[in-house]
Design a protein around this ligand. Sequence first.
Ligand code: 13P
Length: 250
Amino acid sequence: MAHKLAAGNWKMNGTRADLGQIMALAAAHPDPAVDISVCLPATLISEAAQHVADHPITIGAQDCHSAGSGAHTGDIAAQQLLDAGARDVILGHSERRTDHGEDDALIRAKLVAAGDAGLRPILCVGESLAERDAGRTLERIGAQIDGALEGSDGPPSALVIAYEPIWAIGTGRTPSLDQIGEVHDFMREQLKARYGDTAAAAVPLLYGGSVKPGNAAEIFGVPNVDGALVGGASLKESDFTPIITALSAS
Ligand code: 13P
C-alpha cells in the first residue's frame, strides 16, 4: 500500500514572516501515519527545514534543474535543494509547463536529477479543459506519464504522482469523484504495466486542484487516491490541518 501524503504547494507565495504557519502545522501534531510535505519558494526552504527538524514534516521545492551544476543563471540544482534542507521536489507542474515551456523530455531529465540527488519527486500530470471536453483526458495523462518515466526500469526512487486537472487549479471547480477515480485507476494500471503490481502499489497517487477542508474527505474516499497536492489551502495552517485530518481518517 502507498503511504498517505498531504503535500502543500505554496507556489510564489510567502516570505519569512509566513513561516509561523509551518510552525503552527508542526505544533498541531498531525497523525504520523500521514506524510506531510510543504513545498516552498526556494528562499524559504532553509529556514523552514530548521523549524521542522524535530517534526514529521518534510520541506520540498517546486522545481529543480536537470543538471547537477554549471552555467545556468537563476536555476537551482537538486543537490543544492537537498543541501538547503529540501527532501521533496514538485516536477512538471502545469504552471511550469505553461510559464516555462517545460516538456516531458525535460521533466524526465529533472526526475533523474532529483532521484540522483536523493530528493522525492512529485510528478504532476493533468489535462486542460479542452482536452477533457474532447474526451482525451486518459490519452493525455498516459502520454505525460510515459514521457516522464520513459526508459526507467523501476520507478524513480520514492516517486509520487499528482493528478492535477489544469481547469481545477485555483478555480474552485473540481472533477466529479467518478472522474477523479477514473484517472487514478488508470494511473495505477499504467504503473502496474510498467513496473509490476508491487512497485506500482507503493507509489502514492495524489489529487490536486481546489482541495479544501470542505471537499477533502470525499476526495480521499475515492479508491487509489492516497493524498492531495494542495495549493491555496496549504498557505494557512487552519486550512491545511483539517485536510490532513481528513486524510488521516480516510
Ligand atoms: P489549488 O489547491 O490552489 O487549486 O492549487 C492546486 C495546485 O496547483 C497544487 O500544486
